[in-house]
Every structure is written in C-alpha cells, then in structure tokens.
Design a protein around this ligand. Structure first.
Ligand code: URA
Length: 238
C-alpha cells in the first residue's frame, strides 16, 4: 500500500495534507525519512509521523448513544446529524451510521466505515434482532403481546414477522406502559407503526441492542466510544 493511503486511512489528513507532511520530512518509514508519497509500505513497516509510531487501522467502529434531535444521516442541509457528534480526529472517511433511528429515537447506533459489515447487519435475509425499550401511551396486555408474537398487520396491510413484546410495568392511572420489544426487521418507523396498528402511541423509544451488541449504559446521550475487540467479534457473529 502507498504511504499516503496508509496515512489517509488512519485519518492523518486529506491526501494533499499528507503530501505536505511528507514534503516537510515529518514521515519516517523504519529508519528512513521519506519524501515520496508513492512509496510502498506493508503491515510490517514501522511508520512514524513526528516520531510517533502510527498503528495501521483500516476500519473503525464506534458505538454511539444517540440523543434526541439529531438525524441518522451523514449530511443534511439544516438538521444536525450523528456525524456532528464525532470528534474530528475520529471522523474517518466514509464513516456512516449503520441503519437509521428516527430523529426522536435514542440509544444504540453503530457507526463504521466498514461497508461490508454494515451491509451484512442490514441485510433483510440476516434477520438481525434489534431490542428497544419504549414508553407507550396505552395499556399493553398479554393479548397485545400475543398479536405481536403472531406477526402484526400494519395499517397499510404490511405483514410483519413475529416480534417479542415484554411488559416491564403498566401505570393504569396514567394509562402508560413500559415495554421492551425485539424485532428482526427494519421497516420505516416500524415500532411506532406497530403500536399504531393496535391503537397505541409510542411516547419514547430507545434502542438497547442490535444483534449481539449491547448499548454501554455508561455512555451519556451524545457520547460514543470505539467498540472493544470482543464486541466487534460478537457483532460479526450476529
Ligand atoms: N422503530 C421506529 O418506529 N423508530 C425507530 O427509530 C426505530 C424503530
């Protein structure tokens, strides 16, 4: 691989910024200061910039606790996007959210530049399970759980796959229910439309799990961190 690609992949700047760093004689490969952005390096090469050893990494994976009010997109003309929450040093090329959460939905959102993994996690055939916690306006009962387990038909006649609905608590005075739901599809506004189909409304929605990846509860809304090696390995098995 060319040294300028190596340095671009680890987010040390654009190709032209990197060219400049090289020209300034700030890049060393093994024991030699290099001047040519085209020279080849391999994974054995020791690459230094300003005497700091650079570890090569092609793909980056971040777990974000998405706050309300930001959209799951890479750019938008007016709204803030999840990429606006990522520090410049972590903003690698092609970083994008894996799937979408609604603007008002919070919780687990994976961001990566690994297009293949993103594709695999979103492929309808894979049925990767997503777990959400929601506050519902309405009294959810065993009958609701059963109809979700059979596979609901939405108002527009879309037939859904079975979903597991678990009641955590019901406030009969307020007529509100706290539930958890696992779905294995990713249809537009799916959870909201499912409760709409049974005459209820989702008041708050938070994703807790995607496949084998669980939201780190120590992340405050808007915070993110890289996945651990174990989390990544587990996610790949989802
Ligand atoms: N279902 C929804 O209705 N909204 C989301 O953001 C995710 C799942």
């Amino acid at each position: 691989m060319r040294i300028d690609k190596f340095l671009a992949d680890v987010n040390l700047g654009t190709r032209s910024e990197i060219k400049k760093i090289i020209k300034q004689k700030r890049v060393r490969v093994n024991d030699e200061i290099i001047r040519d952005p085209k020279i080849q390096v391999d994974l054995e090469s020791k690459v230094y910039v300003d005497d700091s050893l650079i570890t090569y990494q092609r793909y980056f994976y971040y777990m974000l606790n998405k706050p309300q009010g930001v959209i799951s997109a890479t750019s938008d003309t007016s709204a803030r996007t999840v990429l606006d929450l990522i520090a410049k040093k972590d903003l690698v090329k092609d970083l994008a959210p894996v799937g979408r959460l609604d603007k008002d939905t919070t919780g687990l959102l994976l961001l990566t530049n690994d297009g293949q993994l993103a594709h695999d996690l979103l492929a309808p055939k894979k049925h990767v399970a997503k777990l959400y916690q929601a506050l519902i306006a309405g009294v959810v009962d065993e009958q609701t759980c059963e109809s979700f387990a059979w596979g609901l038909i939405l108002k527009d006649q879309t037939q859904l796959k079975p979903a597991q609905l678990e009641i955590l608590s019901v406030d009969l005075n307020k007529e509100q229910s706290l539930i958890q739901i696992t779905i294995s599809e990713g249809k537009y506004h799916q959870v909201k439309r499912m409760f709409g189909a049974v005459g209820m409304k989702v008041l708050t929605l938070k994703r807790l799990k995607m496949g084998n990846l669980t939201l780190d509860q120590t992340l405050r809304p808007g915070q993110y961190r890289p996945l651990s090696m174990d989390e990544l390995a587990m996610l790949k098995q989802s």
